[in-house]
Design a protein around this ligand. Structure first.
Ligand code: ZN
Length: 442
C-alpha cells in the first residue's frame, strides 16, 4: 500500500512538463521561441544550460548531462542524484511542489542544508559572472565610442573644409548642402575589412568620406556615421568595394584590393566575393540621431532614415529657421521594434520556405513593441510639437509604410499630454527625395 503511494507520487512527477518544471525552478524564459538558454543554476557558465519547451528536452553542456523530463532537470538544477532514492523523491517533490509522502525516504537535514548552501554559492557566482560580462561589454562599447569620437575629431566641418569632396558629394546627390557645422568630411578615412593572419584588422583602403556624429540626448557624441565618396561612381558617388568570402578563401582566390577591377560577375554571383557597403557606423547609433541642419532645441523636427534625403528635403524647404533637420541612420532606429502580434503577411510578396513552398513574406507590424527601452529608437526633444517623418520611396512600400506608422505611434506623446503633429511625407513613387532634388536641379 505505502509503495503504491510513492509510485503514484513519482508517476505524478513524471507527468509534469519541462515548461511547468522550468516555472517552478524559476528558470529564465527567452522572449521568443522554444529554446531557453541561460547559465546553469548548478554548474554556472554563460549559456551552458538550456531547456526546450517544444521538444520537451533540457541539457547542460557544462555538466555534460541532459534529458527529456522535468524530474531529471529539477534534479540537475537542485544538485540532486536521481540514482539515489532520496534524491529522486526530492526531485519529484520539487517538480510537484508537494512534500514527499510520509512513506518515502528523505534526505537528511544535514545533507539538505549542505546542498542548499552549495546552490546558494553557485547562484552568487552566476550573478558575479553576469555582472563581469556586463562590465566588459560596457568597456567595449566605451572603447568603440572613443574611436568614433576620434574619427569625428580627425575630420573637418564639411561646409568650409579644405577637402571639397563632401560638398561635391552632397551637391551631386542632393543638389546642395546645409549651411551648418554638424556634417564633416575627412580626406583620408581608413576603411577596415577582414583580419590578417594574426587577427589584426586590415585596412582595405583609405579615402575621402563624409563623417557625421550620432548624438544622444544632451548632444553627447555616442557614435559616428561614415560615407566613403567616389565622385567618379555615379549615381551614388560611393566607391564600389568587394571582400573575399569564406567560400572565396576556400577556393584559393586572393583578397580584392582597392583600385583593382571589380571581380568577375560570376564570382560575385557564386558568393566568392561580396560587395561591401560604402557606409559604416562606429560606436553606438541606437537611440541617437545624426544632426544635419538647425538645432535640436527647435519645436519642429524633420527627418528620415538617411542623411541625403534629409539634406534634399531641407534644401527644398529652404532650411527653415524654426526647424531641426536630422537622420535616424536606419529604419530600425527611426521606428523602433514592432509588437510581435502586429506582424502581418505581405499582400503580394512570397518567398520559398525550406521545402520550396511559396509563403507570404512576414512584415514587422505598425504597432510599437510594448515596454520599450528609451534607446530602442532615436530620441525626440520633449519640446517638439511637429515631427515630419520622411519616408523612403525606393524601399519596399508595404514594409516602409508599416515602419513609418510605427514611428508615428512611437514618437507620439503619452496619453493625456498635448498631441504632436506627426505627418509622414512620401516622395514620388519609386523615387527618394534626393533623386527628386537632383532632377529638379537639372
Ligand atoms: Zn549544469
Amino acid at each position: 500500500m505505502s509503495d503504491d503511494v510513492i509510485k503514484l507520487f513519482v508517476e505524478d512527477a513524471r507527468a509534469v512538463s519541462i515548461e511547468d518544471t522550468a516555472k517552478i525552478l524559476n528558470l529564465k524564459f527567452s522572449a521568443r521561441g522554444h529554446e531557453h538558454p541561460q547559465p546553469c543554476p548548478n554548474c554556472g557558465g554563460t549559456d551552458t544550460f538550456a531547456f526546450n519547451t517544444k521538444k520537451e528536452k533540457w541539457n547542460c553542456r557544462a555538466g555534460g548531462i541532459g534529458g527529456n523530463d522535468g524530474i531529471g532537470m529539477a534534479a540537475h538544477c537542485a544538485d540532486l542524484d536521481v540514482r539515489r532514492r532520496d534524491g529522486l523523491l526530492e526531485a519529484c517533490s520539487i517538480v510537484l511542489d508537494r512534500d514527499i509522502p510520509d512513506e518515502g525516504e528523505r534526505e537528511s537535514d544535514q545533507d539538505r542544508a549542505a546542498r542548499l548552501q552549495r546552490l546558494e554559492e553557485r547562484r552568487q557566482q552566476n550573478e558575479a559572472d553576469a555582472a563581469a560580462r556586463a562590465d566588459s561589454q560596457a568597456d567595449f562599447r566605451e572603447k568603440e565610442r572613443a574611436k568614433a569620437r576620434g574619427i569625428i575629431k580627425a575630420s573637418s566641418v564639411l561646409v568650409d573644409a579644405a577637402p571639397p569632396q563632401g560638398r561635391y558629394y552632397l551637391r551631386y546627390r542632393c543638389n546642395g548642402f546645409p549651411d551648418a557645422s554638424w556634417l564633416r568630411v575627412g580626406a583620408n578615412v581608413p576603411y577596415w575589412h577582414g583580419q590578417d593572419e594574426r587577427g589584426a584588422p586590415l585596412e582595405l583602403f583609405s579615402g575621402p568620406a563624409m563623417v557625421a556624429p550620432f548624438i544622444g540626448p544632451g548632444l553627447v557624441e555616442i557614435g559616428c556615421h561614415i560615407t566613403w565618396i567616389d565622385l567618379n561612381e555615379p549615381p551614388k558617388f560611393r566607391p564600389k568595394l568587394f571582400g573575399l568570402t569564406k567560400d572565396g578563401i576556400a577556393a584559393g582566390l586572393v583578397e580584392w584590393a582597392f583600385g583593382d577591377a571589380p571581380p568577375p560577375d560570376v564570382d560575385v554571383a557564386d558568393g566568392l566575393y561580396e560587395p561591401l557597403p560604402a557606409k559604416k557606423m562606429r560606436g553606438s547609433k541606437k537611440g541617437g540621431l545624426i544632426p544635419i541642419g538647425g538645432h535640436p532645441e527647435a519645436r519642429r523636427w524633420v527627418g528620415g532614415e538617411g542623411i541625403e534625403n534629409g539634406v534634399a528635403f531641407g534644401l527644398w524647404e529652404g532650411w527653415r529657421q524654426d526647424t531641426f533637420y536630422f537622420a535616424a541612420g536606419d529604419l530600425g532606429n527611426l521606428s523602433g521594434p514592432a509588437e510581435p502580434s502586429s506582424r502581418f503577411a505581405h499582400p503580394m510578396l512570397k518567398k520559398p520556405d525550406a521545402k520550396g513552398i511559396a509563403r507570404a513574406v512576414m512584415i514587422a507590424g505598425p504597432k510599437p513593441k510594448r515596454d520599450q527601452q528609451a534607446d530602442d529608437a532615436m530620441w525626440i526633444g520633449d519640446q517638439v510639437d511637429e515631427l515630419v517623418l520622411l519616408a523612403d520611396g525606393d524601399s519596399e512600400p508595404v514594409m516602409t509604410a508599416a515602419a513609418m506608422a510605427r514611428a508615428r505611434a512611437r514618437h507620439q506623446r503619452p496619453e493625456g499630454q498635448p498631441r504632436r503633429l506627426i505627418p509622414i511625407v512620401w516622395p514620388r513613387a519609386g523615387y527618394d527625395f534626393s533623386r527628386m532634388a537632383v532632377e529638379a536641379g537639372e
